[in-house]
Design a protein around this ligand. Structure first.
Ligand code: GTP
Ligand code: MG
Length: 201
C-alpha cells in the first residue's frame, strides 16, 4: 500500500468520544514502551506523527490518525506500566477495554511484543482475553534490530510454541523494526488486504 496522506485527527479519553466515522480502524496495543508510537511513525514515514518517548507511559489517550482518507490507525496507551500508580493503571486499562470491546469500527488489533523478551504472562493473558472475546488480532514483534537474525528466529519460535499450547491456530505474525523499517511493506499490505476484504463483503 502506498501512503498518500496521514494526519492526526483526535485524542479521545473514551471510545464514545472517538471520531464519528464509519471508516475501519486498525489499533496498536501492547506493553508500555514496546514501540507502538514508533511503529506508527515508521509505517507512515513521519517522525513526529505519534508521540514517542524513552519513558514508558507516554500515550494516555486514544489517538486517531486518518490514513489515505480511507482508514484509521489508532495508537492506544500501553498496558502494564509497573511504575505508574495503581489508579493510573486501572484507568488506562479501563480505557483500552472500553475501546476494544465497544468500538464497532475496530477491524484489527495489532498486539505488539518486544522481540527481546520471552513470552510474558501479561501479554499472554491479554491475547487469551482477545481470543475468548472474538476480537480479530495479529501479533507484531518490535525492535528486531536489537537482536541477531538467529536470536530473532529463536524468540519467534519460542513464542509460537507457547501459543500453540493454548491455541490450535496461530494468528498472523509480523516482524518489525522502527529503526531499520523491517516489516513495513508486509504490515501495510496486510492492512490493505483486510481493508479490501471488508469493502467486498
Ligand atoms: P507508550 O506510549 O509509553 O505506551 O510507549 P510506546 O509503546 O508508544 O513506545 P514508543 O514508540 O514511545 O517507544 C519506546 C522506546 O523504544 C523509544 O525510546 C523508542 O525510540 C524505542 N523504540 C521503539 N521502536 C524501536 C525499534 O524498532 N528499534 C529500536 N532500537 N528502538 C525502538
Ligand atoms: Mg506511545
Amino acid at each position: 500500500m502506498i501512503i498518500k496522506s496521514a494526519k492526526f485527527v483526535a485524542s479521545s479519553p473514551k471510545s464514545e468520544q472517538c471520531p464519528q466515522s464509519r471508516l475501519p480502524e486498525y489499533a496498536f496495543i501492547g506493553r508500555s514502551n514496546v514501540g507502538k508510537s514508533s511503529l506508527i511513525n515508521m509505517l507512515m514515514q513521519q517522525k513526529g506523527l505519534a508521540k514517542t518517548s524513552a519513558t514508558p507511559g507516554k500515550t494516555i489517550l486514544i489517538n486517531h490518525f486518518l490514513i489515505n482518507e480511507a482508514w484509521y490507525l489508532v495508537d492506544l496507551p500501553g498496558y502494564g506500566y509497573a511504575r505508574a500508580s495503581k489508579k493510573a493503571i486501572a484507568q488506562l486499562s479501563a480505557l483500552v477495554n472500553d475501546y476494544i470491546t465497544n468500538r464497532e469500527q475496530l477491524t484489527m488489533l495489532f498486539v505488539l511484543l518486544d522481540i527481546r523478551h520471552k513470552p510474558q504472562s501479561i501479554d499472554l493473558e491479554f491475547i487469551t482475553r482477545l481470543g475468548h472475546a472474538g476480537i480479530p488480532f495479529a501479533l507484531v514483534f518490535t525492535k528486531a534490530d536489537k537482536l541477531t537474525k538467529s536470536a530473532v528466529e529463536k524468540q519467534v519460535a519460542n513464542y509460537q510454541k507457547t501459543l500453540l499450547n493454548d491455541w490450535e491456530e496461530l494468528p498472523p505474525l509480523f516482524l518489525t523494526s522502527a529503526e531499520s523499517r523491517q516489516g513495513r511493506d508486509a504490515l501495510l499490505d496486510y492492512i490493505e488486504e483486510v481493508n479490501n476484504y471488508h469493502v467486498k463483503i
